[in-house]
Each structure stands twice: as structure tokens, then as C-alpha cells.
Design a protein around this ligand. Structure first.
Ligand SMILES: Cc1cc2nc3c(=O)[nH]c(=O)nc-3n(C[C@H](O)[C@H](O)[C@H](O)COP(=O)(O)OP(=O)(O)OC[C@H]3O[C@@H](n4cnc5c(N)ncnc54)[C@H](O)[C@@H]3O)c2cc1C
Length: 510
């Protein structure tokens, strides 16, 4: 079926279109505060909120506008059901720590619910059961192991052999009493409270370095120093490495979401189909009407081939499952994944008593960002926290993960080298209006985008983070780095870090 794409705004999420936007100035002078937070996504705002609850004077800077990063493009299931996860987690960190991981996330979910209630936040928070389902025999085996893990961990659960919609499944594992919300309505309410509490917030201010000392300072691109007793990196990919070698320990994974009006409603629940390709379903409210968010098609950033095909696959799935009346929005973004699939939350390294990091949420950052907020708050106040050893970025990682990590780094190195070696016969003339790609121009290889009115924008395709070759993303019209997830606009400006400098524009527009 040919779907309608009425008024569809490419690559813009339903959340961003709907929610109000605050606007903040850029930093123009040296400043001081108790706590300097770099990054204004859910982890930065939740942590800022926590620190103000504890009486600290907080300053937040964001390279772009608040909430435009991954948080503005999430699906916002608020749950401890982090995919098929717990059976393996028990194998790797043992039962006591796995129990603590669940507890940390359940407490984070409760913290969100308490904040919503306490501050009367209107963010469409709804309690829902979270389903993992499979149509395959091998999936049933996986889910049975996961059910066993739920039982041992004391997670409230149900086992089902059918879903409340037509999906022809073999089995489903339900985690009861989970939640979903409108992420930006929630975070914007926290931002308003932060403003009332006197928190200083700055946008369009990129942090490029840290001057380490007893009172460390974030150095901005404009050369200003933001000095604090504590610095917290909530910049998704850590903006400052501090010899923590984060670029070897995390990688970005891209995913896609389509928001659509469907002919059949999605029955109560949040659903995740675990067979490949993975599929996610939840409802959302849009202008008073119920729509369905269809997610999935994950792959390593910059390595997904034709981006439009991913949206089409999701729409086809949505149409087969519920019938699609109208596609409203499509968007994609990536999240960071750590070596052992557990977030890095804590001191940047053992040698950084006053610099902290929160990253690697593996597409489950609604709860884990709040785990980060309370854990970092406790570390700063010198209070003991039962979850510290699970999330510390300095933890030892067991062998299977090191093996995967070696594979991951080989993949990064391969991308770095293969991109450099690959030659192309394609020229600017071969590009259709609205298309981009690698071309040969004046005997040099470069990235080109031809706009609808025929203008050509040329960039050097060497990523300014660590030198990998960026790849063209035709759907979002960005240049994406396959190694660490930096994204650049058609003119080479940084859309998303870790890169801080734009791509070189070594040639003039035509
Ligand atoms: C498609 C998709 C679906 C998802 N669905 C779910 C879900 O259902 N449930 C769930 O729990 N999680 C989900 N997640 C994960 C969740 O959205 C993320 O983990 C979370 O939003 C990450 O938040 P963050 O604050 O760490 O990063 P971001 O939201 O990316 O915020 C980081 C901020 O830091 C700023 N920044 C970066 N570098 C600098 C710098 N040098 N100087 C200053 N500022 C800087 C950026 O501009 C950005 O605003 C999903 C993720 C994806 C990709």
C-alpha cells in the first residue's frame, strides 16, 4: 500500500514538533558555579535537577539547543525491561549485582513518577506493561531463559502465548507496571523548575576541553573558562576523554522511528519484537489523537546503507500489523553502547575525583539517566551508593565482552582504512537534485550534496574527531561517522558530537 506522508517533516521527531522550546544565551564571559554540567539532554537536565535538590549551584552548557540530541528523538519507554538482557547480565556480573541493576532502574522509574506527581507535570505518563515477543522457536528459547532470570531476580512478570493484536507470535514475556511518557514535556517542566531555582543555562556553547586542577574548568570553543568544584559530562559521547580512552570503549548504534496514524489501535502495552529485525511499538498522543510509534532497524551509525529503506521497512511492518492511515513523522538517531552493555556512570577515571561522566545508555536512557543523576549526586556528596561498582567506568570487563570489543575496534579500524582507500568514479553530474554522495572532483575525492535548486555543497569527508571517513545519510541529509557517531550537515557543520570542529570545506560551492 502507498502510504500518505502528509506534511511530513523529514528527520524531525514528533516530540520536538510538539513541545515548547526555551531559548538560552551563549557564554560570553568566564563563569563559576558549584557544578558545571556539559550537555542538555535527559541526563544533563535530570542530573542538574538532582544537584539543585541537594542545594548545589548549577550551570549547564549545550553545544546546540537543549534536547535536540538523542533525547529529542527517543521513543521514551520508561522501563527496566532493557531488551533480552537479564539472563546474560547474571552470567556476567552475578546475581547480586544483577539484582542491584534492576533495583537501580526500578528506583529511577519511581523517581520519575514521583517528580511528575510532586510537580504536577503534564507529560502523558502512563503505566503500561512491557512485552518482549517472538515468532521464532529460537526466540522462545531466549525468552524462556529470560523468564528464568526474571524469576530469580524477583521481577513481576507474565508469560503469554499470544498478543492482544494480530501478530501470530510463539511467546511473549511481560514485565508488568512499566511506563511511557512524552519525554520533552517532562524535561521541559524540569527546565522551568531549574530556571526558577536560578540555574544558569547556556546554548550554542561547545565545551572543547577541561583545565584540570582542584577546581577544574570547562574550556569553551570561544575560549571562556567555566570553573566549578565539579564537572559532569552528560554530552552523550564524553566531550573530554581525560585518558579514559572512551573512544575505544563505546560505539554508536543508530535506530529509526516512524510515527503514524493506524487503522487499528495498538492495544494497551509497549511491545518489543526480539526477532531480527527488531521491532518496537508504543502509542503516543499527538494533538489529542492516539498515534503509534514504530521503531527498529538498528545498525552501527554510518553503516546502514540506504537510510530511506529503513523507514520503508518500518512502515511496511506497521501497515501489516495495524494498517497505516497516515505517516506523520520519521526520525532517526543513535545512542552509545559500552563494551559490556552497562552504562558508564561515575568518575571519569580513577584519577578524576571531581570530574564525572554519564554515557552508554544503550537505548535505555530514560531510567539510566536518572540512575546517573542520583549516583553522581551521591559520589559528589561522599555518600555510599549501592550501584557505584556496577556502573563505574573503571570497572573490569569480562572476557566475552573484551572479545566483542576487539571485534568492535577492528570494525572501527576497518571503517577508518576502507573509507580512505575506496576510490569513486561518481562525479557531481551523476548526483540528482536532493542527493548526496562521495564524488571525484578535480582529481580529489570529496563529499557532495546537490540541492533541489542545483547548488552543490562540497566537504572533505575526513571526520574531524579521529579521522574516519564520514558516510552520506540520504534520509537525514547528514554526513555520519561510522566510528564514533559524529554527524555533520551538508555544509559540514557539527550536528552531533563527539566532533567539535566542522568538516573542512576545501572547495567552493558551485
Ligand atoms: C531511536 C531511539 C529510541 C530510544 N528509545 C528509548 C526508550 O524507549 N526508552 C529509553 O529508556 N531510552 C531510549 N533511547 C535511549 C535514550 O533516548 C538515550 O539514552 C538518551 O536520550 C540519551 O540522553 P543524553 O542526555 O545522554 O544524550 P543527548 O540527548 O544526546 O544529550 C547530549 C547533549 O550534549 C550536547 N553536547 C554534546 N557535545 C557537547 C559539547 N562538546 N559541548 C556542549 N554540549 C555538548 C548535545 O548537543 C546534546 O544536547 C532511545 C534511543 C534511540 C536512538
Amino acid at each position: 500500500m502507498e502510504q500518505e506522508h502528509k506534511g511530513m517533516d523529514q528527520a524531525k521527531s514528533l516530540w520536538l514538533t510538539e513541545s515548547k522550546r526555551h531559548s538560552f544565551p551563549t557564554v560570553t564571559e568566564d563563569l563559576t558555579a558549584d557544578v558545571i554540567i556539559v550537555g542538555g539532554g535527559i541526563s544533563g537536565i535530570a542530573t542538574a535537577f538532582e544537584m539543585t535538590e541537594r542545594g548545589f549551584d548549577v550551570l549547564i552548557v549545550d553545544a546546540d539547543r537543549l534536547l535536540q540530541g538523542t533525547t529529542g528523538h527517543t521513543t521514551a519507554k520508561v522501563t527496566s525491561q532493557h531488551d533480552v538482557y537479564y539472563h546474560e547480565l547474571i552470567q556476567h556480573i552475578g546475581m547480586p549485582k544483577a539484582r542491584l541493576y534492576v533495583e537501580a532502574n526500578e528506583k529511577a522509574k519511581e523517581l520519575i513518577q514521583t517528580r511528575v506527581k510532586e510537580h504536577k507535570i503534564n507529560c502523558q505518563l502512563e503505566i503500561k506493561n512491557a512485552y518482549l515477543y517472538t515468532k521464532e522457536e529460537s526466540g522462545v528459547k531466549k525468552l524462556k531463559k529470560e523468564l528464568d532470570a526474571y524469576t530469580q531476580l524477583g521481577i513481576d512478570r507474565e508469560w503469554k502465548t499470544e498478543l492482544p493484536f494480530d501478530a501470530d507470535i510463539q511467546a511473549a514475556l511481560v514485565m508488568t507496571e512499566q511506563a511511557q511518557f512524552h519525554p520533552l514535556h517532562y524535561i521541559n517542566a524540569l527546565i522551568e523548575l531549574l530556571i526558577e531555582r536560578g540555574v544558569r543555562i547556556f546554548e550554542q556553547t561547545t565545551a572543547v576541553d577541561v583545565k584540570e586542577s582542584e577546581r577544574p574548568a570547562v574550556v569553551t570553543k570561544s575560549g571562556h573558562h567555566l570553573t566549578g568544584r565539579y564537572i559532569i559530562s552528560c554530552s552523550h559521547f564524553p566531550f573530554y576523554d581525560g585518558k579514559g580512552l572512551y573512544f575505544t570503549r563505546i560505539h554508536p548504534e543508530q535506530s529509526y522511528v516512524v510515527a503514524a496514524k493506524t487503522t487499528k489501535p495498538l492495544p494497551d502495552g509497549m511491545y518489543l519484537g526480539i526477532d531480527q529485525p527488531v521491532r518496537s511499538l508504543r502509542t503516543a498522543e499527538f494533538h489529542g489523537e492516539e498515534v503509534v510509534l514504530i521503531g527498529g532497524e538498528g545498525h552501527k551509525t554510518g553503516q546502514g546503507g540506504d537510510e530511506s529503506a529503513h523507514y520503508e521497512a518500518l512502515e511496511k511492518f506497521g501497515d501489516n500489523t495495524l494498517g497505516i492511515e497516515e505517516v506523520l513523522y520519521r526520525w532517526s538517531t543513535h545512542d552509545m553502547v559500552t563494551m559490556d552493555q552497562i552504562p558508564y556512570i561515575g568518575h571519569l577515571t580513577k584519577n578524576h575525583p571531581n570530574i564525572f561522566v554519564a554515557t552508554g545508555f544503550r537505548k535505555w536512557g530514560m531510567t539510566t539517566s536518572h540512575v546517573a543523576a542520583t549516583l553522581i549526586g551521591d559520589l559528589i556528596e561522599g555518600k555510599s551508593n549501592p550501584y557505584e561498582s556496577i556502573f563505574t567506568p573503571s570497572r573490569l570487563v569480562s572476557y566475552p565482552f573484551v572479545k566483542d570489543f576487539m571485534k568492535e575496534n577492528t570494525n572501527v579500524a576497518a571503517k577508518l582504512i576502507s573509507g580512505k582507500l575506496k576510490q569513486t568514479d561518481q562525479t557531481i553530474d551523476d548526483l540528482k537534485p536532493g542527493e548526496g554522495g562521495i564524488v571525484s572532483y578535480e582529481q580529489k575525492k570529496c563529499g557532495a550534496f546537490k540541492s533541489e535548486d542545483g547548488n552543490v555543497f562540497l566537504v572533505d569527508t575526513t571526520c574531524t574527531h579521529l579521522g574516519c571517513e564520514v558516510a552520506w545519510n540520504n534520509s537525514d541529509r547528514t554526513w555520519d561517522c561510522p566510528c564514533h557517531g559524529s554527524r555533520f550537515s551538508i555544509t559540514g557543520e557539527v550536528v552531533e558530537g563527539p566532533a567539535k570542529k566542522p568538516l573542512k570545506r576545501s572547495y567552493k560551492e558551485q
